[in-house]
Ligand binder design. Structure first.
Ligand SMILES: Cc1cc2nc3c(=O)[nH]c(=O)nc-3n(C[C@H](O)[C@H](O)[C@H](O)COP(=O)(O)O)c2cc1C
Length: 508
């Protein structure tokens, strides 16, 4: 069937190749015989003839064009609009990746304060491959719930502890990956919602500070904003930044789920003069951060570095990592015990996490997915008797209450989300974050595209999203008969088999 189709296409291409110059001649003659206006068509078809000859006989990089001429161009056109065709016309509601339409719709509805009740039945499969939440035979009233409260730094007894009253935090996204208007919308929305925002590894957090929300300053491996020339930490710069009223905590990024074992990447298309200045980098090439901190070459000096940052900043200090080998994580914990140094929290980022830009092999294949990683981290900390020395944060497609509940049951104390908040800002999953061409203006510095964001209209959506997540979480807790997320355990999950602890299950 395919063979027959390709023979037909080849014949059609031959016919087209012949027809175009013949039409050019016919229109030329008609221009003299009937009306001058035919010459517009003469010029058009002459132009097509030249292009066609170029495709067939001159260029050599595209075999399809060499064989099919201008007709072959149709293939490239269809291929380029394939994602849009699939998204709008052909993909069903539960098919798209990384977030399918039902998942995105749930966030959009929450962000716009639209009721997200569904009818008739779930669209997900109910087979042995999925985790479910175990409800109680005796749900409790919502009036019995204990208000959420989590204090970072209390384990160390430091003066500048930081307390969150909602279990949601905007995960690291740098100014650079995001445009100015997106940063401002997130920051303003975070302030309205009463939650903190992580600055990402983009250096001095100028626009975040402008908006005045609570901030977690992220120090990536390149230490933008707080680095010496040689890439090591500049204590004075960090101390100065940590002294700012809005900076409540500091997160040392060791790795991130989308590219563990590799440093951050900012493509040169997205480096404006201002970003080059804020990061202290050149404009004319991609900025690739080192894969690890200059100070951290083994487990011993890594733990010592955490202590150093705690001492310099006098703030709660956490670490972010994607788990590779749980054994290596356990060695880290054992060393923490030996030095009696613990970060104030650990962020476990699942391999399914998002990014502004990363090599495809890393996005697809490196790192442990969130659920099994979170379970091993929680188990290792518990086994070593140090689970109460720190908090656990989790990220990795935790955009809806179902998966968030699963994360709490696996040990998380709070939820980080990046793409959930991007969706609530209007992200349409165009998958162009690294190209500076984001059609809704979130991950671009092009002013014409950023025009799409009206900060005053968008910031409340962040707050709505948080408010509605909180509402659903309370309902789920009440149905499980638990007064707070602290009471959730692994036993509250229905897990058909260990292999079910996989990120792509329908745990919504
Ligand atoms: C546009 C974009 C930029 C990001 N920038 C950073 C960053 O600067 N530092 C970092 O640790 N993680 C970064 N991340 C990863 C997120 O913070 C988060 O760990 C990951 O996307 C998982 O959360 P999610 O599934 O809710 O998106 C970025 C993600 C996105 C989508």
């Amino acid at each position: 069937m395919i063979g027959k189709l390709s023979i037909d296409l080849h014949k059609l291409a031959k016919f087209t190749n012949l027809a175009i110059p013949i039409l050019a001649v016919l229109f030329f003659l008609a221009g003299f015989r009937f009306s001058f206006y035919f010459h517009f068509l003469t010029v058009t078809f002459l132009f097509l003839t030249v292009i066609n000859l170029f495709y067939l006989h001159v260029q050599s990089s595209h075999s399809v064009l060499r064989n099919f001429g201008i007709l072959g161009q149709g293939r490239y056109m269809l291929e380029s609009i394939g994602p849009e065709l699939r998204q709008y016309l052909f993909a069903n509601d539960t098919e798209e990746k990384p977030f399918n339409r039902t998942e995105r719709a749930e966030v959009y509805r929450k962000a716009q304060n639209i009721d997200s009740a569904s009818s008739f039945g779930s669209q997900f499969e109910f087979d042995s491959s999925e985790i479910k939440i175990r409800h109680s035979m005796f749900p409790i009233g919502k009036d019995k719930l204990v208000p959420y409260r989590l204090t970072f730094g209390e384990e160390r007894g430091i003066t500048k502890t930081y307390t969150i009253n909602k279990p949601f935090v905007i995960s690291a996204m740098s100014y650079g990956a995001l445009g100015e208007k997106a940063v401002r919308s997130f920051a303003r929305g975070a302030k309205m919602a009463g939650i903190p925002m992580n600055t990402g590894e983009g250096g001095y957090p100028k626009y975040h500070l402008d908006e005045g929300c609570d901030l977690i300053f992220q120090m990536g491996t390149a230490k933008f904003g707080v680095r010496n020339e040689d890439g090591t930490l500049n204590d004075d710069k960090l101390k100065e930044l940590a002294g700012k009223e809005s900076i409540k905590m500091v997160e040392i990024k060791f790795s991130q789920g989308a590219k563990p074992g590799k440093g951050g990447l900012l493509p040169k298309e997205k480096i404006t003069d201002e970003i080059a200045e804020l990061r202290g980098v050149p404009k004319d090439r991609d900025v690739v951060s080192p894969s690890s901190h200059a100070e951290c070459t083994d487990i011993e000096n890594t733990v010592a570095f955490i202590k150093h940052v705690q001492d310099v900043t006098e703030l709660p200090v956490g670490i972010k990592l994607c788990v590779g080998r749980p054994q290596q994580f356990e060695e880290l914990v054992v060393e923490m015990k030996r030095q009696d140094v613990f970060p104030d929290w650990i962020t476990v980022d699942g391999a399914e996490g998002g990014t502004g830009a990363a090599p495809k092999a890393f996005i697809d294949r490196v790192g442990m997915p969130l659920f099994p990683a979170l379970k091993s981290v929680n188990d290792i900390l518990t086994k070593n008797g140090v689970r109460d020395r720190l908090k656990l944060m989790a990220s990795g497609k935790l955009v809806a209450p179902g998966r968030q509940m699963v994360a709490f049951c696996l040990g998380a104390d709070a939820i980080y989300s990046a793409r959930g908040f991007m969706l609530s800002l209007g992200c349409i999953q165009a998958l162009q974050c690294g190209n500076n061409t984001c059609p809704v203006g979130i991950t671009t510095h092009d002013p014409a595209l950023q025009h799409g964001i009206n900060i005053d209209a968008k910031a409340p959506r962040i707050a709505n999203y948080v408010h509605n997540l909180e509402h659903d979480l309370e309902e789920l807790l009440a149905s499980a008969g638990c007064r707070s997320v602290k009471e959730l355990t692994f036993d509250h999950l229905y897990v058909p088999s260990e292999s079910t602890l996989h990120p792509f299950i329908n745990a919504n």
